[in-house]
Design a protein around this ligand. Structure first.
Ligand code: PNW
Length: 481
């Protein structure tokens, strides 16, 4: 009789369990030690841009409480911690290096290492210095040059202790959701600007990879993309198939193709040209010789952020408007926004009756397995993959000092299991990072949406490990789910 219980998924040695955060969402101390405004500090002050007018001025006060937060990570048994550095702290206004600002990350990294936690550093999680936005932001090629300088200055200080470097977090969000849809900072509403922003972000990524690689070939270098599984409602209906192709193209392939194959997807370029030929003309004119080679600089790993999949149709759906990617607040979000998808007017999202999180996002763990399979076979065979974000927001209730969050527990278990299923199929997935360590500033939703496995009381800054956090600690200790 076998002693192996087939229902237990035991992770291979070396698989890394971690949790993730981002600078603006947790640090606070927004104007301390020389930090200047980022586009999020500015956007949060635009009336109607963010739910309740919330800002990241204080957030989780992690800037002052980082040592306690690292202790929390130790209690949970985290092996790795994914965080981002704030450009406006390291180089206020995008200008000269600010030693007092970068000293914070120096302290944080030392604290992590002293506790045996692997630091996993992201250079850009959306907080462009506002001074650079005023010079054109990501629509300006110059911003990519400034980014490389910033990246190298972080490496100057942390390169001796940080091995894992991620250039960008979710460039789809910092381009189309930010410059086309107006949902995220800087809140612009232009197809052309979204396309230019995406190109310059990717250029900044490729150049940084090259520079860091040249400095130290031992570094582990990658990018994190937010990806989805886009399925047609009816695989025999050409309009549904086309709807799925469009969302896959504008969300996944627009980034996967240049980064991993050195070319933008021609079908999507043509779709956008049908809608806005002038935007495509100007975007094409901004692409210089050699850019796509730079963007396709070889990587050591790919970070995958997965939250939900989508079922798409070419026919209008009763009672469903907008997209699950609109990402903004509800009624309180009074600013004008538009679709982040330039060429998806005839695309409709189909309600399929799956459970939904507090973001109204469908819970679809098998989508994560399929996504990892696709990357491991079609896009990047042999390239190590990491799930760099996955998580859920729910309306937590504090009861006798505890947070019972069975839905988040279930979400976590199912997605860790879905990750395992991909590994078992032979996909090279090397880690899973829960989003998020802490409840935090959920962008245009402000503090309304809680993604943490640890609760934060924003009045007292008290942290309480939620039941999902305890469950994650058990999963990590057993290395199995
Ligand atoms: C990601 N969408 O954001 C980010 O990396 C995190 O900072 C964020 O807190 C987390 O996911 C939860 O939202 C996204 O509209 C924001 O599809 C919006 C979308 C996707 C990801």
């Amino acid at each position: 009789m076998s002693t192996v219980d087939p229902s237990v998924r035991r992770f291979p040695d070396g698989f890394l369990f971690g949790a993730a955060t981002a600078a603006y969402q947790i640090e606070g101390a927004a104007f301390e030690d020389g930090r200047t405004a980022s586009i999020w500090d500015a956007f949060a002050r635009v009336p109607g841009a963010v739910q309740n007018g919330d800002t990241g001025d204080v957030a989780c006060d992690h800037y002052h409480r980082y040592a306690d937060d690292v202790r929390l990570m130790t209690d949970l048994g985290l092996q790795a911690y994914r965080f981002s550095t704030s450009w406006a702290r390291v180089r206020p206004d995008g200008g000269a290096v600010n030693p007092a600002g970068i000293a914070f990350y120096d302290r944080l990294v030392d604290e992590l290492l002293a506790n045996g936690i692997v630091p996993w550093l992201t250079l850009y999680h959306w907080d462009l210095p506002q001074a650079l936005e005023e010079k054109g932001g990501w629509t300006s090629r110059d911003t990519a040059d400034r980014f490389v300088e910033y990246a190298l200055s972080v490496h100057d200080v942390l390169g001796d202790r940080v091995q894992h470097w991620t250039t960008l977090n979710e460039p789809w969000c910092s381009s189309f959701l930010s410059y086309t849809a107006g949902v995220h900072a800087p809140g612009r509403l232009s197809i052309e600007d979204g396309m230019l922003a995406a190109h310059h972000l990717l250029l900044a990524h490729g150049r940084t990879i090259r520079e860091l690689r040249a400095r130290d070939p031992k570094l582990d270098l990658g990018i994190t993309l937010n990806l989805t599984v886009a399925d047609p409602a009816d695989a025999r209906d050409p309009a549904d198939v086309d709807a799925a192709r469009r969302i896959d193209g504008q969300f996944n392939r627009w980034f996967l193709d240049p980064v991993l194959r050195g070319a933008y997807p021609a079908d999507v370029v043509s779709d956008i040209r049908d809608v806005d030929p002038e935007a495509v003309r100007r975007w094409a004119a901004a692409i210089q010789e050699g850019d796509l080679d730079t963007i396709a600089a070889p990587l050591d790993c790919l970070g995958v952020n997965y939250y939900h999949g989508e079922l798409l149709s070419g026919s209008p759906q009763p009672g469903s408007e907008g997209t699950p990617h609109d990402g903004g607040g509800d009624g309180a979000n009074a600013r004008p926004t538009r679709s982040p998808f330039p060429a998806a007017d005839d695309v409709h999202w189909v309600e399929r009756g799956l459970p939904r999180t507090g973001m109204d996002w469908e819970v679809q763990p098998e989508g994560l397995t399929r996504l990892l399979r696709r990357l491991g076979t079609e896009y990047a065979p042999g390239l190590p993959l990491y799930v760099t974000e996955n998580g859920s927001a729910y309306d937590d209730v504090l009861e006798d000092g505890r947070v019972h969050d069975p839905e988040r527990e279930m979400f976590l278990r199912e997605h860790v299991a879905a990750t395992y299923d991909a590994i078992e199929e032979g996909v090279d997935v090397r880690g899973y990072f829960a989003w998020s360590l802490l409840d935090n500033y959920e962008w245009s939703w402000g503090y309304d949406k809680r993604f943490g496995i640890v609760r934060v009381d924003y009045d007292t800054q008290e942290r309480i490990v939620k039941d999902s956090g305890l469950e994650y600690a058990r999963i990590i200790a057993a290395r199995a789910v």
